[in-house]
Design a binder for this molecule. Structure first.
Ligand code: ATP
Length: 269
């Protein structure tokens, strides 16, 4: 149970369509992962179209890296295994080698599989010099050895997908093993609008809700910030209704929830 989740492709519950914006990232992942995993026969000839064993997603927190990893597994029809760098190194100091070996032999059985390593910098960060714990160093070396040991035939169906907010902390040896690095950026106004539309499709919004105004008012927000803002705004009519109820006599007609207004979002910032 050092792996936080093993999920078969049909049970992940997230698809590319649930992710707003990030069109270039989805396109790159389609070419690098989805096609080779779904149609390996198209990539098995010659030398040019070799599948890559490792991809790094990097960028600010909350921009959808974890969400992308999960949706990617759904789209590629691969099992999804998720491990978190900091949990591995803090919890499992003693058994580093054994655990890493188990993870990779497990992966072989699960292929096609995407092994998502969140906070890859804490597992495979720059060599920590004199202060680095011996077990962390052993874990890293073991991980890299097992990774290098994947046979080409298997590597088509086993992908290590790392994610980090701190790409500069990564060791050169790791960077080399993650030859494809994809920047997952904060959304601009147009993309914030796309993301907001995904979160708000099911909501009761005021007539002609001004998405563009909300998108312009949320400069610097990540997808995760936008989600939190929407949740906070959605509470406002509920709070109002509860206040209303307090003021009414018991047998008055119950008030209804009003639609969400742009102002709910602005007030919730
Ligand atoms: P961290 O670096 O902090 O781990 P992350 O980049 O992995 O963050 P996620 O955990 O994927 O970010 O995003 C957090 C939540 O924000 C997601 O579960 C999702 O609800 C929402 N979210 C972020 N970006 C998007 C997006 N582009 N479209 C839809 N939802 C998004």
């Amino acid at each position: 149970n050092f792996v936080s989740a093993v999920v078969p492709p049909g049970e992940i519950g997230v698809r590319f369509n649930d992710i707003g914006a990030l069109e270039d990232v989805k396109r790159a992942l389609n070419e690098l992962v989805i096609l080779p995993m779904r149609r390996p026969e198209l990539f098995s000839h010659g030398n040019l179209l070799r599948p890559c064993k490792g991809i790094l997603l990097f960028g600010p927190p909350g921009t959808g890296k974890t969400l992308l990893a999960k949706a990617l597994a759904t789209e590629a029809m691969a099992n999804f295994v998720s491990i978190t760098g900091s949990t591995l190194t803090s919890k499992w100091f003693g058994d580093a080698e054994k655990l890493t070996k188990a993870l990779f032999s497990f992966a072989n059985k699960l292929a096609p599989v995407i092994i998502f390593v969140d906070e890859v910098d804490s597992l495979l960060g720059a060599r920590g010099g004199a202060f680095e714990h011996e077990a962390t160093r052993r874990m890293r070396n073991e991980f890299m050895a097992a990774w290098d040991g994947l046979r080409t035939k298997d590597s088509q169906r086993i992908l290590i997908l790392g994610a980090t907010n701190r790409p500069f902390d990564l060791d050169d040896a790791v960077i080399r093993r993650l030859p494809r690095r994809i920047y997952v950026d904060l959304p601009d106004a147009e993309n914030r609008m796309k993301i907001l539309k995904i979160f708000l499709t099911q909501e009761n919004l005021e007539h002609e809700f001004e998405f563009d105004k909300l998108a312009n008012a949320t400069e610097g927000y990540s997808g995760s910030d936008l989600k939190n803002l929407c949740i906070a705004a959605a509470y406002r009519p509920v709070e109002e209704l509860l206040e209303e109820e307090k003021k009414r006599a018991l047998n008055d007609v119950a008030p209804a929830l009003r639609p969400l207004k742009l102002d709910d979002f602005i007030q919730s910032k």
